[in-house]
Design a protein around this ligand. Structure first.
Ligand code: ADP
Ligand code: MG
Length: 350
């Protein structure tokens, strides 16, 4: 069965919506490229607050709809459940793109990381119950490991589909209450290299707090890009050449860092960290030498040093200056940091 026929049939049987179908609820966010609301269906006011999320987006909404459609077909579990997207041009204002998702839950990873109780608040969400194991580094490390595994799993899905997110940060990672896992949101800055959509890097879209040093996804040597779906055969080559997916890996590494070090969770401290790391030529080992004595960082180093420093090893192989020296999402998932329990079991059996 042909993929296009499948996509067409799927599209045919999916409900379509228009502006008047929605009742606006609480505003969830507002960026430079759109406003996000919680909404419900006008003819089905089942829940008071609304089961859906609406983003009213500017011109970049077209790309975001395209990316979400693609994710839905290729790697649905990586991102928030996309329902529908359309061009809303009935009003006198400039045309807006409306994007609808299922409401996944109240908390982004950023919200959860702000709590003093992090990462235990996440453990409760994932397991749905309170553990009576003693609190401590080992347990915190296990929770952080689970969160990192879920983020990398979602990234692997996107990257295998040919999509680079380019805006990976705790604010764009949402806890899905239904699946009890973290999912990625906000494909507004994403790029799809296999078909050349949004291929020209919009570096002004990038969040400097989490952006990898290269900034530009593809090297500036790359011939200027097509803006319509072409070059499907060429793109995998460029992908191999430039490893644009590693941009997201750097950002995910910074999330790992912030989870391990409570004192690096605020925006200001992350900005400061970035400055220090740059001064160390992006060498984490050199940074550690300058930071080892800082008492507010001790706990983070201790956590990463557990099990022979396997966490520190993973962090080092994600936060690296050169994209090609960073692990891919798939390789990171196979890193001993995540298979530690298996390894321990093996060594026990020997
Ligand atoms: P922006 O371009 O404003 O960053 P996002 O897509 O990141 O837009 O959405 C803004 C905020 O809205 C998110 O940080 C999150 O709190 C909330 N949000 C977005 N999508 C969902 C969803 N599917 N379920 C629940 N909340 C969501
Ligand atoms: Mg966002």
């Amino acid at each position: 069965f042909d993929m296009f026929v499948l996509a067409f049939v799927e599209r045919l049987f999916r409900p379509t919506y228009k502006k008047d179908d929605f009742v606006l609820g609480k505003k969830l966010g507002e960026g430079s490229f759109g406003v996000v609301y919680r909404v419900s269906l006008a003819n089905k006011p089942s829940s008071k607050e609304g089961d859906l999320v609406l983003k009213k987006a500017t011109e970049y909404g077209a790309v975001e709809i395209w990316m979400n459609e693609r994710v839905r077909r290729a790697c649905a579990s990586s991102c928030a459940d996309f329902v529908y997207g359309f061009l809303e041009s009935s009003s006198k204002k400039a045309a807006e793109y409306w994007l609808i998702w299922r409401f996944e839950g109240d908390a982004t990873l950023a919200d959860l990381m702000q709590s003093r109780d992090f990462p235990y608040n996440v453990e409760t969400l994932i397991l749905g119950e309170v553990q009576d194991l003693p609190k401590g580094l080992e347990r915190e490390n296990r929770i952080i490991q689970t969160i990192m595994r879920q983020i990398l799993f979602a990234l692997d899905g996107l990257h295998s589909t040919g999509i680079v997110h380019r805006d990976i940060k705790p604010q764009n990672v949402i806890f899905s209450e239904e699946s009890r896992t973290f999912k990625i949101i906000d494909l507004g800055a994403a790029t799809d290299l296999r078909v050349g959509i949004n291929y020209i890097p919009k570096e002004f879209l990038l969040d400097p707090r989490y952006a990898a040093p290269e900034q530009y996804i593809m090297s500036t040597q790359t011939p200027s890009a097509p803006s319509v779906p072409v070059a499907t055969a060429l793109s995998p080559v460029l992908w191999q050449l430039n490893l644009p997916d590693r941009f997201d890996i750097y950002s995910a590494g910074l999330i790992f860092l912030q989870m391990a070090f409570p004192s690096l969770r605020s925006d200001n401290s992350l900005i400061q960290f970035n400055r220090q790391l740059k001064r160390c030529d992006y060498d984490l080992v050199a940074w550690r030498k300058t930071a080892e004595a800082r008492s507010e960082l001790r706990k983070g180093f201790e956590l990463l040093d557990l099990d022979g420093g396997i966490g520190w090893e993973l962090l080092k192989s994600m936060v690296r200056y050169k994209a090609r020296q960073r692990l891919s999402a798939k390789a990171a998932l196979a890193h001993p940091y995540f298979v530690r329990e298996g390894l321990l079991a093996l060594s026990f059996m020997q």
